[in-house]
Design a protein around this ligand. Structure first.
Ligand code: KG4
Ligand code: ZN
Length: 357
C-alpha cells in the first residue's frame, strides 16, 4: 500500500508544509518546508499570537507551492490532506485548518485533523529507526513535558507531567532573564558550551504527594526559574558581572539531569526497555548525550527523533495522519474546527463523525 499526504502545521510560530509518503512499511519525507517567525517574535521575548496568525496567512500559499515543487508531485498524487487542529494558538491553528479543508473540498481529497502532540510522537516514525512496542516517550516541548506509555500505536497513557512550566518554557524564560534571544533553548545551549556547569547548584523541582513523599515521575520547573532569577538578582546587588555562560550551563545541566532521572525511573518501574525522546527540547545536545549514557547503563534502548524533526514541523503531522489512515481511521469531518486545548487522550475524537469542535 502506498499513501501520500500533504500536511500543514501552524499551531505556534512555525509555518510548515510537508509531503510524506508511506510505502513498503516505511514513512518517507518527500518535502519538508518550514518558515520560522522566531526572529520577529524575538523582540517581544515570546510569541505574539496576532503577529503569528498574520505571518502564517502571508507565507502559507508560497510554502505549499514550494513543497509541491520540491516533491515533484501534483494534487492528483495526494491521498490525504492533514492539518494540526489542536492544541495551540487558536488564530494560528485556523490558518492551516482552513487552508487544508479548502484544498480537501476543492480537490475531493480526504481531510485528517491531527493533534499536535500525536504529531510530535509520530516524529519517531520518520527518524532512522522505529521503536518496537511497548515504549515510553519523553515528550519535551515549549508547551508540554510528559511521560507517555505507548502499548498500542494510538493509545497513549500519561504517566508523568509537569505541574507548572514545560521544560522548553523554562529554557525560554531563563534565556529572557539572562538577556538571551528567543527561542531560549538554542540560545542557552550555545552560550552554555563555554560555561562551567558545576558553578551553581539549582534545585530539581519536586511535586509532593498528598500521602507524603514526592511524585516519582512528575516535574516542576517554575521553582528552578525562580532560583535562577534570585541568583541573578544577588549577583547584580553585589554589582558583579553576571556570569551568563556559567548560569546557562548550570541550568541546562539540572534540566537534563532531572529529565533523565525521572524518565529512566519510570521506564525501569514500568519494565519498559525502549525509550523514545521527541519535542523541541529533545534537540538539546546535553540532554541527548546524558539520556544516551544513562539508557545504556540501564540496558534501555533509546530512540531519538532526528534534530530537524524535534522542533515543530509538518512532516511529523503528515506521519501521524498517515498512521491514523493506515490503522483504519475515518477521515475527519470537513466541519472539524480547531481547539486551543485538547488532551492527547482525546485525539480519537478528531476522527469521529460528529466533530468535538
Ligand atoms: O516542539 P517545539 O518546537 O514547539 C512546541 O510544540 O512547543 O518546542 C519549542 C521549544 C522552545 O521552548 C525552545 O526553546 C525549545 O523547544 N528548544 C530547545 C532547543 N531547541 C528548541 N531547548 C533546549 N535546547 C535546544 N537545542
Ligand atoms: Zn510542538
Amino acid at each position: 500500500m502506498m499513501q501520500t499526504v500533504l500536511s500543514l502545521e501552524t499551531s505556534c510560530d512555525e509555518t510548515a508544509v510537508a509531503v510524506v509518503r508511506y510505502e513498503a512499511k516505511k514513512f518517507k519525507v518527500i518535502a519538508n518546508c518550514i518558515s520560522s517567525q522566531a526572529e520577529e517574535h524575538s523582540q517581544w521575548g515570546g510569541v505574539v499570537p496576532e503577529i503569528a496568525s498574520r505571518r502564517h496567512l502571508e507565507v502559507m500559499p508560497f510554502l505549499i507551492e514550494k513543497a509541491m515543487n520540491d516533491s515533484g508531485i501534483d494534487f492528483s498524487d495526494i491521498d490525504l490532506i492533514a492539518a494540526t487542529v489542536a492544541p495551540g494558538l487558536t488564530g494560528a491553528l485556523l490558518i492551516a485548518s482552513v487552508t487544508a479543508r479548502t484544498l480537501s473540498s476543492f480537490y475531493g481529497i480526504p481531510f485528517f485533523g491531527v493533534h499536535h502532540l500525536e504529531g510530535h510522537l509520530a516524529s519517531i516514525l520518520i527518524s532512522d529507526e522505529i521503536p518496537p512496542l511497548p515504549y515510553l516517550v519523553l515528550l519535551v516541548s515549549g508547551g508540554h513535558t510528559e511521560l507517555i506509555r505507548v502499548d498500542n500505536e494510538i493509545e497513549f497513557k500519561r504517566l508523568g507531567r509537569s505541574h507548572d512550566d514545560a521544560a522548553g518554557e523554562a529554557f525560554d524564560k531563563v534565556a529572557r532573564l539572562l538577556g538571551l534571544s528567543y527561542p531560549g533553548g538554542p540560545a542557552i545551549e550555545k552560550i552554555a558550551k563555554s560555561g562551567y556547569s558545576k558553578r551553581f547548584v539549582f534545585p530539581k523541582g519536586r511535586i509532593s504527594m498528598p500521602g507524603g513523599g514526592f511524585h516519582p515521575y512528575d516535574f516542576s520547573f517554575s521553582g528552578l526559574k525562580t532560583a535562577v532569577l534570585r541568583q541573578v538578582e544577588k549577583l547584580k546587588l553585589s554589582s558583579k558581572e553576571i556570569p551568563v555562560a556559567d548560569i546557562a550551563a548550570s541550568f541546562e545541566e539540572v534540566v537534563a539531569e532531572v529529565l533523565v532521572e525521572r524518565t529512566l525511573n519510570c521506564a525501569i518501574d514500568e519494565g519498559i526497555s525502549s525509550l523514545v525522546m521527541v519535542g523541541g527540547v529533545a534537540a538539546n545536545n546535553r540532554l541527548r548525550e546524558l539520556m544516551q549514557k544513562k539508557s545504556k547503563e540501564n540496558s534501555i534502548k533509546l530512540y531519538m527523533a532526528s534534530k530537524a524533526f524535534c522542533t515543530d514541523n509538518a512532516a511529523m503531522i503528515g506521519a501521524a495522519a498517515l498512521r491514523r489512515s493506515i490503522l483504519g481511521a475515518a477521515p475527519s469531518s470537513i466541519e472539524l474546527g480547531v481547539s486551543a486545548r485538547l488532551g492527547l487522550d482525546q485525539s480519537n475524537l478528531l476522527y469521529s463523525s460528529s466533530p468535538p469542535f
